[in-house]
Ligand binder design. Sequence first.
Ligand code: SAM
Length: 264
Amino acid sequence: MTSARHPPRKRFGQNFLVDRHFIDRIIAAVDPAPEDNVVEIGPGLGALTRPLLDRVKRLTVIEIDRDLAARLSAEFTSDRLRVHNVDALTFDFATLGSALRVIGNLPYNISSPMLFHLAQFEPNLRDMTVMLQREVVQRMAAAPATADYGRLSVMLQTRFRIERLFIVPPGAFRPTPLVDSAIARLTPLGRARLQIDDEALFARVVTAAFGQRRKTLRNALKLLATEAELEREGIAPGARGETLPVSDFVRLANALARTVRQSR
Ligand code: SAM
């Protein structure tokens, strides 16, 4: 099966991996065992699917492109490969069971919503090994007070340990993308995870704090917290959201959640 027989569809972010060296490195990074519950998002022409099937007994794939899904269904029997021809952004990953090992060369145009969608299924996940735009991986793994630290870093780091594994250059794909890609591994923190009392409120605090860069928390969080509330949690009202560690965001949002409950 070659990419020449399938015109790549831009709207589905189709850049197919063709470099054996990088395919082998990705599979080695996942290192799947035969019984692992592996799910691949966006298998495309099967560059990762085939080597995965050499290692695992059964594999699940989620592919939005009807033609590509049909090709894979025709190539493998359903007891080895389960093909879901659906949009991964709305797919209920909980239906696939537990200890899921997610792997995917994700379309760049939907990378952030895809990560947020997957994060909801954290209790069902063992790990995720994903290829994204290099700059997105930098943002995911960024530390406070660095230029890349933002909403994506905080929201993902509350749930996952994030490792940057290696860079994949444009030449490894056909058609060649304009930017470098990188592989990241996300591992659920499990019991090490900080308890968030009100997820929706937490998300609002983080979004507001990064809403306008260089704004002080006093101003950015004006609608959510008073200066006194910030100070009570040991957070300087004159500090900027970019400098606040993940644990401070959690502590502040939990304190605000208690105030909201008490005032009801
Ligand atoms: N895994 C293949 C590879 O490495 O060569 C293909 C990677 S290509 C960057 C992204 C794949 O994701 C394409 O096959 C595309 O059709 C599929 N895709 C795009 N959007 C999707 C979505 N919302 N849900 C599921 N698959 C999607």
